[in-house]
Ligand binder design. Sequence first.
Ligand code: KIV
Ligand code: ZN
Length: 387
Amino acid sequence: MNSEKIEIFDTTLRDGEQVPGCKLNTEQKLIIAERLDKLGIDVIEAGFPVSSPGDFHSVSEISKLVRNAKVCGLTRANKKDIEVAAEALQYAKRPRIHTGIGTSDSHIKYKFNSTREDIIERAVDAVKYAKSFVEDVEFYAEDAGRTDNEYLARVCEAVIKAGATVLNIPDTTGYCLPEEYGQKIKYLKENVKGIDKAILSCHCHNDLGLATANSIAGVMNGARQIECTINGLGERAGNTALEEVVMILKQHKDLRLHTDVNSRMLNTMSSLVSDLMGMPVQPNKAIIGANAFAHSSGIHQDGVIKNRETYEIMNPEDVGVTESSIILTARSGRSALAYRFKHIGFDVTKNELDFLYGEFLKIADAKKEVDNDDLSLMMNALTRKIS
Ligand code: KIV
Ligand code: ZN
């Protein structure tokens, strides 16, 4: 079955780093960039070079370090930003400038006090100028999610003519519904002249918890790049979570889309970013949360012990987790208890299990979770009873 590639554009070091309190120094950014390169990311957005000397330095050092991925720097649609980004990216093997401007009526009116025609002119000028430094120029239409499709198509057409290779369609405020975002991408695919010269990119924010769903709707309707971050970090409620889109495309072969990301590295990648940014991952976070492969109710545990596919839709090893865990709580049954005893080296008989299960329930009602130390104490109680 043939499958089309979706490029993964990681913006952990740019949009992800915009999280309050998540500031990274250059050394930490280099550690993350090197690991992202090994993970199989296609584009690493390394920063916003004009924003500070520190960010300029980081983008420049990342450009020297990264071997495989394209390295990208963000700019606004002005000459100074573009010149500074080009300078920071000068050592990159495959540099990309990511320039753009707000296209929704509220951005045009309140941010720029301008007109639709003027915005198109500024967008075209920015792309042409960026193109004088690098071949690969991505254009973002900020707040595209709330920009009307007909005007957005005109902007896209104009910037493709000016040389843009990628068109980023951000749902900057995380407002779109998946159906609506997917239709926007489809509309652009069908109505922008010259669209075959560029690829459409999804950049979705998670204000309504829809970033991943919107990105998937985007690629199902013709986009070929997803912008995302490790652990879904980013402004406000965050961006599309990289680990989620990678695993959705891996598990849903029916979509006939794939990425080149080595999913087995996702777990360690997530911990690295969480540790360096000081941002803990919520336990119930899809794919990489501590509970993503943990089963605690008796009914589920019994099913998983018999065959993991009863309650798991992916293999934990595929995301770098060695095995599913069976958590012992007051909701656990005998089979989970026997399984955990076996795990620590005790093959208990049916009669022994009957006794141990009574002891187990006493402890489980008093504690949130029964651990291996509790199991040892229970075995001691069993030995005392026998002798
Ligand atoms: O959310 C957004 O619109 C952005 C752009 C700057 C690409 O992050
Ligand atoms: Zn963003």
